[in-house]
Design a protein around this ligand. Structure first.
Ligand SMILES: [Zn+2]
Ligand SMILES: [Zn+2]
Length: 69
């Protein structure tokens, strides 16, 4: 077996972008970059926000579905 558990384990500091159509990590629904930014949904109450990397944050903000605070 050569399962790479690093691809499965979700680390606390990792980007939490779950957008499979995100151009930052094409072809996979999980980004492996460090989550250094927080973005918040605009269409619902979102107190905790989502921890994402800078590239995913930019894409999320551009989509208009997220705001920075
Ligand atoms: Zn990311
Ligand atoms: Zn992303």
């Amino acid at each position: 077996m050569s399962t790479n558990w690093n691809m499965i384990a979700k680390l606390a500091w990792q980007c939490d972008c779950a957008d499979s159509g995100c151009p930052v990590h094409i072809g996979t629904s999980q980004c492996s970059d460090p989550g250094t930014s927080h973005v918040y949904r605009v269409d619902m109450e979102d107190r905790d926000g989502t921890q994402v990397c800078e590239a995913c944050a930019n894409d999320a903000l551009e989509s208009g579905l997220f705001r920075e605070e």
